[in-house]
Write a protein that binds this ligand. Structure first.
Ligand code: URA
Length: 434
């Protein structure tokens, strides 16, 4: 086999065999095939795409390039959740305790912030003392004892994806549906769960800007799961505005705790309930309606909140954060406001810009080893469809001395559109792909 022939085959729109894909990907991981040939292959895939079988093979090869986590020491059916990434997406912090409080084991490996989107692990690290790196033995022990553990991905989870993702980032080949689907699903399959609930974000703050693209991505991921004999459900959800009312690490933990106490933003609660219900359904604890009732009961009874406390205790965080979040979480008290420049209605939000603006305060990272400031972020005071008066605050900024406030305010000004005619506030749940 020669890399040249395989690149030409895909460039001409032909189908690659498993052996050819494996030869290229593993050759790249081992350093035997250079960046420039894999870049050419990625560009050929970008234009000629992969069919379902090629996608399944690519995913499987990337998953097997590193550790395949064996979750069999954990009793029961393991259901994982994944979000394709959004702004203000603290859903895991609410959904995981809900599901665990219903007796379904949650053995979750989560990611960190990347680009304009946040990451669950960075958010959890806002809680003083909370450890996101456990040995595999301790991870299993915690899930069996407390029913829940959330840790960062091991360094050797799908290393082929890590290498390819960096190359895609540098060669304008990130946004191809087969490549995104196989990248996400390789890490999910290596994580070892039996079934998956996929939250596919759509809109101005998501990778997928249109419903059609999001639906294609959802179908591709569900198809990859099926070809590995695993069940997956994808929920298409709106990301044309930040999710909930807070963006930023400590602030999102505060919002998660408030939501578990019954004081959540209604659309955010609807999303959490929907995702948790699908997780319960895939864990086979009842019909969809029965699962929804169980989810609402556990949320309203405070049991899910107590499960979040268990998680914090188990991973050595300060559990007082549950009762006094605003005292325990590092939240900057230095505040300023982005205000409306005229009377009208909020008709459009470039949510990606809101995420980038938050990074300029210090909440995210542009490079892998940038240090995150957990104390900064936004309280979103106005969302799509809301009325504003000239000079009225739209976003409350929690800033630090290191925040680039000027750039953040400039981006917020570009992100928010105020018009004379109102629009309807969008639904959070758009569609489901099974
Ligand atoms: N998230 C991933 O893990 N991979 C992609 O390709 C895009 C988003």
């Amino acid at each position: 086999m020669r890399p040249y022939d395989i690149i030409m085959k895909k460039r001409n729109g032909e189908k690659l065999t498993r052996e050819e894909i494996e030869y290229m990907i593993m050759g790249y991981v081992k350093g035997e095939i250079p960046d420039y040939q894999i870049s050419a292959l990625l560009m050929a895939i970008y234009f000629k795409h992969l069919d379902a079988e090629e996608r399944a093979n690519l995913t499987d090869i990337m998953a097997r390039s590193g550790d395949m986590i064996d979750l069999s020491p954990i009793n029961g059916k393991k259901v994982d959740k994944h979000s394709t990434g959004g702004v203000g997406d603290k859903t895991t912090l609410v959904v995981a305790p809900i599901v665990a409080s219903l007796g379904i084991p949650v053995a979750k490996m989560s990611g960190r912030a990347l680009g304009h989107t946040g990451g669950t692990i960075d958010k959890l690290e806002s809680i003083p003392g909370f450890k996101t790196s456990l040995t595999l033995e301790k991870f299993f022990e915690n899930v069996n004892k407390y029913g829940i553990a959330i840790v960062g991905q091991t360094a050797n989870l799908a290393p082929a994806d890590k290498k390819l993702y960096a190359l895609r980032d540098a060669t304008a080949t990130v946004d191809e549906i087969s490549l995104i689907a196989s990248s996400i699903m390789s890490k999910k399959l290596a994580g070892g769960a039996d079934a998956f609930v996929l939250d596919v974000k759509v809109g101005s703050g998501a990778f997928m800007k249109t419903i059609n693209d999001a639906r294609e991505l959802a179908k591709a991921m569900v198809g990859i799961a099926k070809s590995h004999n695993k069940h997956a459900v994808a929920v298409l959800t709106n990301m044309d505005e930040p999710l909930g009312i807070y963006v930023g690490n400590s602030l999102e933990v505060l919002e998660a705790i408030n939501t578990l106490k019954g004081h959540g933003d209604s659309k955010f609660v609807e999303l959490c309930v929907t995702l948790a219900t699908w997780m319960c359904y895939l864990a086979e604890i009842g019909s969809f309606d029965e699962c929804k009732e169980k989810v609402l009961n556990t949320l309203n009874s405070g049991k899910a909140l107590e499960k979040f406390r268990d998680l914090i205790i188990a991973q050595e965080g300060n559990p007082d954060v549950i009762d006094s979040p605003e005292q325990i979480l590092p939240i900057s008290t230095k505040k300023l406001y982005f205000k409306a420049s005229k009377d009208g209605f909020i008709t459009k939000i470039d949510t990606e810009k809101v995420g980038i603006a938050c990074n300029y305060l210090g909440a995210g990272r542009t490079k892998k080893d940038d240090i995150i400031d957990h104390s900064v972020g936004f309280k979103i005071l106005k969302k799509l469809g809301d009325t504003v008066k000239n000079g009225e605050p739209i976003v409350e900024l929690h800033v630090s001395n290191k925040s680039d406030v000027e750039t953040a305010l400039k981006l917020l000004n570009e992100a928010y559109f105020i018009a004379d005619t109102p629009i309807e506030s969008p639904n959070i749940i758009i569609d489901t792909v099974k």
